[in-house]
Design a protein around this ligand. Structure first.
Ligand SMILES: [Zn+2]
Length: 105
């Protein structure tokens, strides 16, 4: 997995993120899935020693919840996605992005 990295990441006009990988694979990830799989501690919960903190998922979705305002690269290993509802703490490493693309998450 370590040798896999995206050659191109592109937001499409129909609500998807296209990721072209170094092994020629192309993933189309819907923004809905991408947001639902946000890897940050608020969305995914955080392991606290001996306790598992599980976030309560609100059925209420703010405006812009599934819309991307900006994508930034983080080093050479991840992207940070800024969502239009203001959420931006999710860092999607290549590993996570690939797992989402392969539906392993
Ligand atoms: Zn999050």
């Amino acid at each position: 997995m370590q040798n896999l990295y995206p050659l191109q990441i592109k937001k499409t006009n129909d609500g998807k993120l296209t990721v072209k990988w170094s092994d020629e694979r192309v993933d189309e990830i819907t923004l809905t899935k991408l947001r639902d799989e946000c890897p940050c501690a608020d969305c995914k919960g955080e392991s606290v020693i001996f306790n598992n903190y599980i976030p309560i998922k609100s059925p209420f979705k703010a405006a812009g919840f599934y819309e991307i305002s900006k994508i930034e690269s983080v080093g050479n290993y991840a992207i940070q996605i800024h969502w239009k509802d203001g959420h931006n703490s999710g860092i999607y490493s290549w590993d996570i992005l690939r797992q989402i693309g392969e539906n392993k998450k």
